[in-house]
Design a protein around this ligand. Structure first.
Ligand SMILES: Cc1ncc(COP(=O)(O)O)c(C=O)c1O
Length: 414
């Protein structure tokens, strides 16, 4: 959708679609500031799933009766729309997974185990979620490949100055990074890293879990080879995600899970694999969840991804400004214009869990912990941070409630 510079997202109107936001928590209106961990669901997604269960539910690709055909149509229709959402050249390259984590494991196992060996390098970043760090660390160890990290600047952005030193250590075969960091909100230079990866004949794997909900995604423009994301962070249901992969790579890869539905022919001596995407979709799929995923993509596309992105930049700028006034606050990450709607912070002398607990008394929900980013926490020299994260239903008043709640935290802990 083309939008003018002054077109704005109407977050207040969108909130009416989210029944969960209308409630009180601890006697206070809910300020939900934990959308990076999982987003809330609009009525449109809930209704699409209920209607599917009530009228069209059956297993997919198996039956010839009306319900099975209807279910297959709804499931494959969702795949088409989700593939278009990331600008995939073909929906056959879009594999339904359980979540982003499973998509990244799929690539690490099915590509990594056969293509990596001694002398090769897997390059991740210091900013990775464990889902795009641990599978690569494990597969590198199993295959004898080296494992390297692109370091961070003090502002929480990737420091690309050392890339040439990494190349000197071996053959770079995989570059794996997130597009948006869940811990700091940093938007990473994936296009540039894709060019670098391909110069070295490496594959470029993108963890899109925090990007797909908030930015216009174009896998072609990103220049990547794989892109993994989760429905539950995009207003969709939990239990389903997707992996987009370049067809020629997917076709050459071994399967990840084995069993029903992913085969072409099974004989005692040998089994052959089905076509894409079925080769990577063993067993019964998350059927209604995929339908909900399709509805979620329709919903956020209808709201406008470019408007969502702009709304979050504005909220991030407002939050950084408001929180700066809290005594003893330490804010992490880049300036608002280079981050999505995520703000991580600590308050000197107060444990993040205590901060989050007092905020909960005020009806303000934020996350406290290492955010599945222990290497980053090590780099920041802390065990944990607080994190407030925003989405299309977040309004500035939620951030005011956070700032006021933090002043209460200061009072409680002196
Ligand atoms: C950047 C990033 N990558 C991967 C994941 C894993 O997502 P999931 O738990 O849905 O697989 C998350 C979840 O928080 C994330 O923020």
């Amino acid at each position: 959708m083309a939008v003018g510079a002054d077109t704005k997202l109407d977050a207040r109107a969108l909130r009416a679609d989210f029944p969960i936001l209308a409630q009180e928590i601890n006697g206070k209106p809910l300020a939900y500031l934990d959308s990076a961990v999982t987003a809330q669901k609009p009525r449109q997604v809930l209704d699409a799933m209920t209607q599917f269960y009530e009228t069209s539910y059956g297993n997919v690709h198996r039956g010839v009766y009306a319900l099975a055909e209807r279910a297959t149509e709804a499931f494959e229709g969702a795949r088409e729309r989700i593939a278009r959402f990331v600008n995939a050249p073909s929906s056959r390259e879009l594999i339904f997974t359980r979540n982003a984590t499973e998509g990244l494991n799929l690539v690490a196992y099915a590509w990594g185990l056969t293509n990596l060996g001694p002398g090769d390098l897997v390059v991740v970043t210091e900013l990775e979620h464990h889902s795009n760090f641990v599978p690569w660390q494990y597969v590198a160890k199993r295959t004898g490949a080296g494992f390297r990290m692109i370091p961070l600047t003090d502002a929480g952005e990737l420091d690309l100055d050392g890339l040439d030193e990494i190349v000197a250590d071996g053959r770079v075969k995989v570059v794996a990074t997130n597009l948006v960091s869940n811990a700091l909100g940093t938007i990473n230079p994936v296009e540039r890293l894709s060019v670098w990866a391909h110069q070295h004949e490496a594959i470029m794997v993108v963890d899109g879990a925090q990007a797909a909900p908030h930015l216009v995604i174009d896998v072609h423009a990103l220049g990547c080879d794989f892109f993994a994301f989760s429905a539950h962070k995009m207003c969709g249901p939990s239990g389903v995600g997707a992996l987009w992969g370049r067809r020629e790579l997917l076709e050459a890869m071994e399967p990840f899970n084995l069993g029903g539905h992913m085969i072409r022919k099974v004989q005692f001596e040998e089994t052959t694999w089905g076509d894409l995407p079925h080769k990577f979709e063993a067993g019964t799929s998350p059927i209604a969840e995929a339908v909900g995923f399709g509805a979620a993509v329709d919903y956020i596309t209808g709201a406008g991804l470019d408007l969502i992105e702009r709304h979050e930049h504005e909220l991030a700028a407002y939050a950084l400004e408001r929180l700066r006034d809290v005594p003893g606050i330490v804010l992490y990450g880049p300036p608002a214009e280079r981050r999505a709607g995520i703000v991580s912070f600590n308050i000197e002398g107060i444990h993040p869990h205590d901060v989050a607990q007092v905020l909960d008394w005020e009806g303000v929900a934020i996350r406290a912990g290492h955010h599945c980013c222990q290497p980053l926490m090590h780099r920041l020299g802390v065990a944990a941070t607080n994190r407030a994260s925003f989405y299309l239903y977040t309004v500035p008043e939620d951030i005011d409630r956070l700032a006021d709640g933090l002043l209460r935290v200061r009072k409680v802990f002196g």
